[in-house]
Ligand binder design. Sequence first.
Ligand code: NAD
Length: 416
Amino acid sequence: MKENLNPYVISQVQFDQAADHLKLDPGLREVLRRPKRQMVVSIPTKMDDGSIKVFEGYRVQHNIARGPAKGGIRYHPNVSLDEVKALAAWMAWKTAVVNIPFGGGKGGVICDSRRMSLGELERMTRRFVSEILPIIGPDRDIPAPDMYTDAQTMAWVMDTYSMTVGYSSLGVVTGKPVSLGGSEGRNEATARGCLFVAQEAGKVKRRPLKGATVAVQGFGNAGSIAARLFAEQKAKIIAVSDSRGGIVNPRGIDVAKAIRHKEKSGSVIGLAGTSRIRNQEILELKCDILIPAALENVITADNANNIKAKIIVEAANGPVTPMADDILSRKGVFVVPDILANAGGVTVSYFEWVQDLQNFFWEENEVNNKLETIMKRAFHEVYETSRKYRVTMRVAAYILAVGRVADATLVRGLFP
Ligand code: NAD
């Protein structure tokens, strides 16, 4: 049977598994299964050569029963409405897994940001924000960075929103520079969250991080910082990769050098003392921990049988398909699912929003300690649920999350 790789279909398969376990009422199930609101916008942008290009952008709010929508903005040539719908749903379940008072949303623009100048990116971002402005705001929907957007992009979002409403609104977006109401620790938060859950996974699976071999696919915000933090805990990073390919050294890669090499040359490839491997091969290396930190659907029915890692920590959203999940589960691979593993980012985004609303800012230690408490609590709640229902960590995370959103929806009641 050919596997359906549409991320929105995949997100619904994952939801349905949890809904079955929870025996959700059919009406409630339909409500939670679909996005609450979808906005499609055209973004006319003046390019540097004087021409005008019209980009297509999306903002989707999956569910806001537990609080304002929350989720990143992605710039990528392969962005589609279905991808953004899936990512918005995953955000709704993710905020519920870590039990922070947000719903789920996501945005994206179809563009090849790596081929655009800073000026073009700024004009496109500002026009995108002005198009989605009616549905975003500190109490409505709070964007954040995702693939190929960063703190600078978020500063433009904050400024465009603020100039339009007529006052400075710090809480409209998270992942901002620290000089503009950003939070200490936000830049590292996704990777640090991965580290905390990997430490707990190591305890229950009796595989301590110290000395563990680790392969990381994707070397951006999530992947490169995860590699650095895992190495600081004395794990051995044996392979890393980016969009151009990967590098391997079974004796260990110096992560700081790899980061500097990528900053200088644009890729990790060519780092002295490493050999080159293909992006697909990095997933199939013999290692203790595999961290996919790039795109969706990289582990499918086609390659799941070749995976040799003992533990997978999903820094990326949607890297493992449902058919691959079944294969990995039969092989005994312990998968810490995306909606738990990469929830550190949204958790510190929540801290950033709280600090912005209070105009009272915390030290980095306080941020990291609060993050550790939330990630470790969430890990053990998911782990206990997986034992109670005798299901994988992914199904358990969905059972916990969907149950929480269903409770909030039921107690609010159906309007009107
Ligand atoms: P980023 O733009 O900082 O980095 C993306 C990295 O992936 C780059 O190194 C790029 O070279 C690499 N890449 C792109 N295509 C690739 C390919 N085909 N094979 C291998 N590598 C490839 O993005 P990011 O913020 O690190 O996001 C990465 C993943 O983590 C995404 O799935 C994102 O949704 C998820 N995530 C990010 C955050 C966050 O706070 N940044 C939070 C939660 C989840």
